[in-house]
Design a protein around this ligand. Structure first.
Ligand SMILES: Cc1cc2nc3c(=O)[nH]c(=O)nc-3n(C[C@H](O)[C@H](O)[C@H](O)COP(=O)(O)OP(=O)(O)OC[C@H]3O[C@@H](n4cnc5c(N)ncnc54)[C@H](O)[C@@H]3O)c2cc1C
Length: 369
């Protein structure tokens, strides 16, 4: 059996790294295992988020902020583009590799060990098996292993998602598209992305993440992306191709079992309408890391229940509403138009109020992390 750690985290994405930082900061020994060879690479993400979700961790300034936007443009097939002034909610584009490397640096500084090239191949009655033949029996296991989460499956916490509750995305990092770097561009329409939407998120260096997400039972993301690019950005040059899946189903009933907890995409905490899961992964990772440290220190798995209670208190209603909105929006052209009108009305209200409304929600999260 390999060296023991109090808390073992499977997956070094935003959720797992944040959990490692917060668990180590709370005084227990932490080991993170990831099958990839380098932290932060490859980036399978459009890298859009809101500044406030980073601010509660003191991560709102640094080279990982690749662009700050003034607004979002909603392009709906057959309609005039709607330009939403969104400065107040501070949307940003990340350099996600730089962000993950920074969280990893903070986790290591707090004492965590992070091993790359380490694939977990099994879980048997609390013992983790690695591809090297090693086994580990920690006090707490955090499954931060993404949308497919084998930790979740082995623990009996998740079943494979139905295709309608999965988002399948394809994306290029591009240059030369003449994007207005002040705006995030989004495209809605059944002709463009059935069961999803397309985007162009420019960075201040002139490159942009351009991609689309669809329901895999309705269309193939990679084929539609080529069509989308040739019609909207014919002059842009691709630099790198990427893609992947996001969970877009209803929230899980349970994310904790015995000494195992799930965070981020493994716990299906991404927002179904947009596929955005970075902020939930960071937040749930932090809460899980703290709960894991308290549980390991006291040798009491029941203390992991704090994680379940806290993330549900903060996110459950919003995730459930977002799931229902996704179902209504992507079900028909009528639903799409209704959501577009709602977003436009929301934007008008946003312009009237003198503060960042996300503060009323995320602003309260600081006390849990
Ligand atoms: C194309 C695309 C675009 C996206 N754009 C956005 C966006 O703009 N904004 C946003 O908020 N969200 C976006 N998302 C979603 C976002 O990327 C996820 O919600 C987020 O990465 C979840 O973080 P996580 O830590 O839970 O999981 P992940 O980032 O998926 O990390 C899981 C880690 O687990 C590791 N792993 C898996 N299995 C094992 C194993 N058996 N052994 C060891 N390691 C293992 C993987 O190597 C990986 O590093 C996008 C997703 C895709 C696919």
């Amino acid at each position: 059996m390999a060296r023991e750690a109090d808390v073992v985290i499977v997956g070094a994405g935003p959720g797992g790294l944040m959990a490692a930082w917060k668990a180590a900061e709370n005084g227990v020994s932490v080991l993170v295992l990831d099958k990839k060879s380098k932290i932060g690479e490859p980036v399978h993400c459009a890298e859009g988020t809101f500044l406030l979700s980073l601010e509660i961790f003191g991560l709102h300034e640094g080279p990982w902020i690749a662009n700050r936007y003034e607004g979002i443009v909603l392009n709906i097939t057959g309609k005039r583009p709607i330009r939403v002034d969104a400065k107040k909610i501070e949307p940003v584009c990340l350099d996600r590799m730089a962000l993950e490397q920074e969280i990893a640096r903070r986790a290591r500084e707090a004492g965590a060990e992070i091993r790359t090239g380490a694939m977990v191949t099994g879980l048997d009655d609390g013992t983790l098996m690695l591809h090297t033949g090693e086994s580990l029996r920690p006090k707490v296991i955090i499954g931060a292993d993404g949308v497919e989460s084998y930790i979740g499956r082995w623990a009996g916490l998740i079943d494979p998602l139905e295709l309608k509750d999965l988002g399948s995305a394809a994306q290029y990092v591009m240059e030369g598209g003449g994007w207005d770097t002040r705006f995030m561009d989004t495209y809605l329409g059944f002709d463009i992305a059935p069961g999803g939407y397309a985007w162009a998120f420019p960075r201040s260096d002139g490159q942009a993440n351009v991609g689309l997400i669809v329901q895999p039972n309705k269309a193939r993301a990679s084929e539609l992306l080529e069509k989308f690019l040739s019609s909207k950005y014919p002059g842009a040059r691709p630099i790198r191709r990427t893609g992947g899946c996001v969970p877009a189903g209803p929230p899980l009933k349970r994310t904790v079992k015995d000494n195992i907890l799930l965070v981020g995409d493994a716990a299906r905490q991404a927002f179904p309408l947009s596929g955005g899961g970075i902020h939930a992964a960071l937040f749930s990772g932090a809460v899980a890391g703290k709960a894991a440290a308290a549980s390991a220190e006291a040798n009491d798995p029941t203390l992991l229940g704090v994680y379940e209670e806290t993330w549900r208190k903060c996110y459950l209603k919003a995730l459930m509403r977002n799931y229902l909105l996704k179902e209504r929006t992507y079900g028909s052209q009528k639903g799409l138009m209704r959501t577009a009108r709602m977003l436009r009305a929301g934007a008008a209200i946003l312009n009237l109020i003198p503060f960042n409304p996300l503060n009323m929600w995320w602003g309260k999260f600081g006390k849990y992390v």
